[in-house]
Design a protein around this ligand. Sequence first.
Ligand SMILES: [Zn+2]
Length: 144
Amino acid sequence: MNEPAPALPIPPGSSFALMTSPDTERHATAGVHKPVVILPLGAVEQHGPHLPLGVDCWLAEAVALAAAEGQASMRVAEPFAYGSSEHHRSFSGTMSLSPQTFIAVLVDLCTCLAEDGYLPVMLNGHGGNRAAIQVAITTLGKRG
Ligand SMILES: [Zn+2]
C-alpha cells in the first residue's frame, strides 16, 4: 500500500520552477489558450519594528500560489524579491533597485515567459513598485 507523499512547501503543480524545460514546452502548447505564469513581486525593505524585511514578497507569493492552486493552466514563477524602495532607504536593511533596473528586470522576465508561449502576470506585493510596473507593462505592450 502506498503512503501519500509528504506535503511539499510549494503545492505540486503550481510551481513553475519545479517544472523541467521539456515540461514547460508541453505545458505552453497543451491548451487552446496560453497558460498563465504569475510572477510575484515584492520588496526587501523596512516594515516597522514588527514585520520582517521580506514580508511583501511572501504575501505576493502566497496569494499567487492560492490563485494557481488546482489550476492546470496556471503556474507561479520564483518570486522576484527586490523592488523599488528608495523612499525607505533611510531605514537599515532596505535594499532597493533603481527604477530603470527594476523596469528592465520586469521587461526581461516577462519577455522570456511570453517568448516561451506563456501569458505573464505580475502580482505585486509592494505599493512602491506600481509606477515601475506600469512602465514595464507599457513597454511590453509596445513590443506586442
Ligand atoms: Zn512594502
